[in-house]
Ligand binder design. Structure first.
Ligand code: CA2
Length: 148
């Protein structure tokens, strides 16, 4: 049976493509989801998409993902840098998790260099633009199938 991956995007990512193209590119979140859908087809997995602006909403989805999915691909947006609640939720869920950032966060402002939630994930992909989501999905599928 096909594995199911939940793709969670955090605050403001619904506006992707509308501003700061020099940092985030021109693709919209719909473009990202379409590309991930195609990539998922190639990998033979199902993908289910969510975008939430609220911290608690993301926490609830992470809890639900442990029952309804085999892996989480997450871009927590600005929460990545300080949300202990999202960190704890990710820690509590024992399925593979990969965090993705569109921008190269470690080359940006100091407050973006603190990657709290990534510490609760199996791995982190940053700086490859929206391609990072597809790279993250590939990594996640390997983690799930390889059992690493
Ligand atoms: O690089 C990333 O993927 C970020 O997670 C994006 C977050 C930012 O707070 C993180 O530090 C790094 C910001 C998302 C804002 O999304 C928009 C992008 C372009 C246009 C409108 C919103």
């Amino acid at each position: 049976m096909k594995e199911t991956i939940w793709v969670l995007n955090g605050p403001n990512l619904n506006l992707l493509g509308e501003r700061e193209p020099e940092i985030y590119g021109r693709e919209t979140l719909i473009d990202v989801e379409n590309s991930l859908r195609e990539h998922a087809e190639r990998l033979g997995v199902n993908v289910v998409f969510f975008q939430k602006n609220g911290e608690g909403e993301l926490v609830t989805l992470i809890h639900e993902a442990r029952i309804s999915s085999q892996g989480i691909l997450i871009n927590p947006g600005a929460y990545s840098h300080y949300s202990l609640a999202i960190y704890d939720a990710l820690k509590a869920v024992a399925i593979p998790k990969v965090e993705v950032h569109i921008s190269q966060v470690i080359q940006r402002e100091d407050y973006r260099k603190n990657l709290l939630t990534a510490g609760a994930c199996n791995g982190l992909i940053a700086g490859f633009g929206t391609l990072g989501y597809n790279l993250g999905l590939s990594a996640l599928v390997q983690l799930i199938r390889g059992g690493k």
